[in-house]
Design a protein around this ligand. Sequence first.
Ligand code: UT7
Length: 306
Amino acid sequence: MTIRVAGIGTALPEKIVTNDDLAETMDTNDQWIRERSGIGERRVGGSTGELATEAGIQAIKNAGLTPDDIDLLIVCTTTPDQQLPATSAVVQRDIGLSCGAFDINAVCAGFLYSYVVAYGQILMPGGPNRVLVIGSEALSRIVDWNDRGTAILFGDGAGAVVMERHGQGELIAHDLGSNGDLQDILYADHGGYIRMEGREVFKRAIRAVSGSVKTALDKAGLTPDDIDVVIPHQANIRIIEAVCKSTGLAMEKTVNVIETTGNTSSATIPLCLGKADDDGLLEPGKIVLMTGFGAGMAWGTAVVRW
Ligand code: UT7
């Protein structure tokens, strides 16, 4: 049995905050932010549930389906709107779904964890035929707008995919990992702001993602040259360049949205999938590698035959 992505949806708040806007309130500038991170602007606004709902409705529509066709909903987020219920309960109601729903939090690796879980669910005997997976974040609510080390990086947004049992598409190999010893370098307490040791996260991220890509490629029996499209987590364009250099993946094959969205945590990968789809890169049979990392540290890579 094989499983494909039948439809993709994305949602971004209307409000754009440019680097120049940030430079008005903190000691930073457009040139520094672009050179060090690749970010030019980010979107700010909306709740996690609202953004998720918009992206989810679009993914269902793009798949040519209706809410009744969805058998399971997974929302991955690190910024749930409430401590309880799960954000997925609100999204389930607002999209008009009548299926099971739950949240996953693996921070910026959340979409990869959710993709793998959804895939496994569909494979189970009697499992769902179609799973809606949504990565959604309202990170601007937990950003300290006085901290130039983090405020320049993050943004709000959502991306969604409908995964379905089908004669086309396959998860060839995956790698999920985490190292809880590294939680102090990137965290946010309940009611608090994101705190980060930027340089340390930068170094660890390159190491973790490069290792994960190599592991997944080995498991798949593929080489970097076999990959047609690379969808990396959007945290810093220099991290993506360094991972390409260390793994042999071609930078020209990466699909990036970071310049206009910043880091939207679990939404970055489905937002990039949306762009890849718009650019006509996701044809059946293409080999797509998705990889990401985040607080925890948690990381993951999936090698998919589209
Ligand atoms: O989803 C996962 C989450 N996060 C990440 O992946 C982030 C990983 N880290 C990074 O992306 C980078 O470390 C940053 C973009 C956050 C920072 O870039 P960097 O090249 O590591 O800069 P740095 O922290 O080493 O700082 C270099 C200099 C320092 O000044 P001195 O000590 O050299 O005089 C900083 O004080 O740049 C200064 N600086 C800034 N200057 C202007 C730090 N932040 C800023 C700023 N604007 N926003």
